[in-house]
Design a protein around this ligand. Sequence first.
Ligand code: FMN
Length: 235
Amino acid sequence: MTKVSSDREEYLNKVNEIDFGNEAPKHLDSSDFFTVAKERRSVRHYDPNFKLSDEEVRELLEIAVQAPSSSNLQPWRFLVINKQETKQKLLPIANNQQQIVDASVVIAVLGDTKAYVNADRIYDELVEKGMMTQEVKDFYVGSIVKNYGNFPEEIATKVAMIDGGLVSMQLMLAAKAKGLDTVPMGGFDQAKFVEAFNVPENFKPVMLISVGKGIKAGFEKVRLTLDEVLTWDQF
Ligand SMILES: Cc1cc2nc3c(=O)[nH]c(=O)nc-3n(C[C@H](O)[C@H](O)[C@H](O)COP(=O)(O)O)c2cc1C
């Protein structure tokens, strides 16, 4: 293991030296949006015996994919890591963060840099629904293919990352509203992940999200004050 990756592993696992107390994640009686948004926390301790069904995972993802995306190209792709042996394979790649193996599933959110190839299908649906004329559709799809199809790799990746971030947030909020807990993770070796899971070249890793039944609450929220992060009209 290189020095850099062991430093990163140490950094990520220092979290275990923090006293989380024994409080369970807050049970919400309401899935009211404001309550869910305020109460979601990154949870790193899970009941390893709790299992989500495939149907429950699909339900969460159905809500997540209602997120907005650039030109509605929906570049998000998901790899659900469900089997215990597959989670074990991911564990060292994700710096041995315990939530990888204890949570019910780990969802790898990926961003497709070639999502523009679906433009025709997506915009056809608008024509079929009578919301767009064929002529307007041809214009849109032509522009999308010309622009997105010629983006340099860096820009295509940036677009996929922004949309991937939006769908990830929506997934975490959907989970909280369903009484589940999550933690987003950027702390993994992307190159090793791509290799180990045979990820197609155009699917760029956005983040991993553990989803399950939390048994210890995440940290209490610590946030900069709004005034520290807010400017009106101009810097
Ligand atoms: C992109 C991203 C990557 C993150 N990576 C990790 C990670 O690898 N491991 C971890 O324990 N937490 C990770 N976190 C969680 C943050 O530490 C957490 O969101 C932050 O401390 C705020 O706490 P809260 O989510 O409970 O509000 C990540 C969060 C984001 C948004």
